[in-house]
Design a protein around this ligand. Structure first.
Ligand code: FES
Length: 577
């Protein structure tokens, strides 16, 4: 593409600062009130630094320092930085789930960019939903935007054992419930599993989505893999600040970068990393904001030809810190070779191919060669059938292989509270062959589609040594989880999807190679149950939740709000005078 070069009077912020009228007097006098001289900002790109830092976001504790480094870069390049706090979305703390508020963040980002005098933005995120939320809002507003990934935290440590976020929580919790470790040992895990700033260092949703953002072309090359506390992370923050100023002058916008091919690159990257299933929901939503019709079927098609090369937990052995030392995402993308379209433009003005040229693998057990993949293909699989007419998702690489084809009787829980009350009941009629079904855990029903999809294995089966069994829900699952968990069943049970019609003892058939999820009852019986089904009362009567339950789309459409998902030219400019 031919890049233009803007004149100062063509900057969007010129309408606030550069004209000579009563309103602009107010803008200038109030900027002076904050201690800035006109020479600090007049004729310069005004850059919003959208910061998801807060005192409750444990993954972003270093953002107070990073924002200063970003601002340093913006000043150096002749811009005017303005830090703007936006919703923090702290995964470990926010109830019922940060997913309920991802669209809230996206709306806030879009409206902040629209309503203030910004020419471009730096998006500071990392903890799970912050990445898609920031990208969705910035794409809809379509000002020059660059993403700053928080970076993974250091490896966890407990008594000399390496711990991975999430994965080892589930593992040692199961060990505790099975009586294999003591309460004191469990407390040791608690104190050592998260020991530095940064997002989860397994291939959870955070590492998956920051890597996807880099593959999309929205970060500086190599940035997504750098541990949060590494000095090179700080250096890249400053470089990001420098770069956004130039992006404003050349008017390099998300719409110039995001194409069907760049989304294919992101999907292929997610698959090659055996990334979180959550990436399906998020990337579909991000793509639809960009006007790219990405479907779950595309994930399945690319999964059939994409090898898993990232040997990272939970599917593999290592952690993000190891991945960085082994060469990071640039090396993995280079190894993917012809599976990546390297002609795609990125935020630094170079193509993806130019950015990964010369990248090397320094440890080919961590980043496998294509000739020696961790898994040859099928990092994710999209299932359909009469139990999931609009699709469901499973992660074959993170489940026990003997369950890939399975038939078993359903044990149904009507909601999470029902499951919590009965799952460990010794009298529960369940065996290792049973299929555990959880209803009302989807986008509307739960509400917000929480990460409940790794349904617990009944305690009596854990004691027998069972560590995996088929589990089905319309929930999501943490990317750090593992097991034969069928997720994202669409449409969800709360709105009358077939999952709502399953009864105890029904035979359920899972056939991952055939991509099939089937409830083995007759069509007539299914129709009779549907006719008898009554819609439950919606959970919210006030606040943001009302908007959510009226407008959220199903998992296969990305769970965006229906009135936000379509691309618009600019998102609309305010009449500022
Ligand atoms: Fe923030 Fe996992 S809790 S990324």
């Amino acid at each position: 593409m031919t890049l233009i070069r803007k004149k100062p009077e063509e900057l969007r912020s010129h309408r606030w600062y550069g004209v000579n009228d009563l309103r602009s007097f107010g803008h200038r006098s109030r900027t002076a009130q904050m201690g800035y001289h006109a020479s600090d900002y007049m004729g310069k790109p005004v850059i919003a630094v959208l910061n998801t830092w807060s005192e409750i976001n444990s993954c972003h504790t270093h953002f107070k320092q990073r924002v200063e480094e970003v601002k340093r870069g913006i000043w150096q390049a002749g811009g005017f930085p303005v830090e703007m706090p936006v919703m923090t979305l702290a995964e470990p703390f926010q109830k019922p789930t940060t997913m309920l508020y991802r669209n809230f963040l996206a709306m806030e980002v879009e409206e902040v960019l629209r309503s203030y005098p910004f020419d471009g933005c730096v998006l500071m995120g990392g903890c799970d939903k912050t990445t898609p939320g920031l990208l969705m809002g910035a794409i809809s507003m379509n000002l020059p935007a660059i993403y700053l990934p928080a970076g993974p935290m250091l490896r966890g440590d407990w008594n000399g054992r390496t711990l991975g976020s999430g994965s080892d929580t589930w593992k040692y919790w199961a060990e505790l419930r099975a009586g294999k470790i003591t309460e004191d040992e469990w407390k040791g895990v608690e104190s050592g599993i998260a020991r530095s700033p940064g997002h989860c260092m397994t291939m959870g949703t955070a590492s998956t989505m920051t890597s996807a953002a880099e593959a999309l072309g929205m970060t500086l090359p190599g940035f997504a893999s750098i541990p949060a506390v590494d000095s090179r992370h700080a250096q890249h923050a400053s470089l990001t600040g420098q770069r956004i100023v130039e992006m404003v002058w050349t008017d390099l916008k998300p719409s110039d970068i995001l194409t069907p091919k760049s989304f294919d690159n992101a999907v292929t990257t997610v698959l090659a990393l055996s990334g979180s299933t959550n990436a399906i929901v998020h990337l579909v939503a991000v793509a639809r904001r960009a006007g790219v019709p990405l479907t779950t079927a595309r994930f399945d098609a690319l999964a059939r030809v994409t090898p898993v090369l990232g040997n990272i937990r939970p599917a593999g052995k290592y952690l993000m810190e190891d991945f960085f030392y082994a060469g990071g995402l640039r090396a993995l993308l280079a190894e993917l070779g012809d599976l990546i379209d390297d002609s795609q433009l990125t935020v630094n003005g170079a193509t993806l191919g130019e950015n990964i040229a010369g990248a090397e693998i320094f440890n080919d057990d961590v980043i496998r060669r294509r000739a020696n993949p961790l898994v040859p293909n099928d990092g994710l699989a999209v299932l359909t059938g009469n139990l999931a007419p609009d699709g469901a998702v499973i992660k074959p690489a993170a489940m026990e292989a003997h369950l890939l084809k399975h038939r078993g009787p359903a044990v149904v829980f009507s909601d999470y509270a029902d499951m919590a009350a009965r799952i460990d009941d010794e009298a529960l009629d369940v065996t290792a062959d049973s299929v555990i079904v959880l209803q009302h855990a989807g986008p509307v029903g739960a509400p917000g589609m929480p990460e409940w999809g790794q349904l617990p294995i009944p305690q009596k089966l854990l004691k027998e040594g069972v560590r995996d069994m088929v589990r089905i829900s319309d929930a999501r699952m943490s990317g750090t989880s593992y097991g034969a968990c069928v997720l994202h069943v669409a449409p969800e049970s709360f709105v009358g999807g077939p999952l709502a019609l399953v009864k105890d003892g029904d035979i359920v058939e899972l056939d991952v190679p055939a991509r099939r999820l089937h409830l083995d009852i007759t069509d007539d019986e299914l129709a009779a149950r549907r006719a008898a089904w009554k819609a439950p009362k919606r959970p919210f009567e006030r606040g943001f939740g009302v908007m959510h339950q009226l407008h959220v789309t199903q998992a296969d459409k990305g769970c965006d709000f229906d009135f936000l998902e379509e691309k618009t030219a600019t998102g609309g400019e305010p009449d500022i005078h």
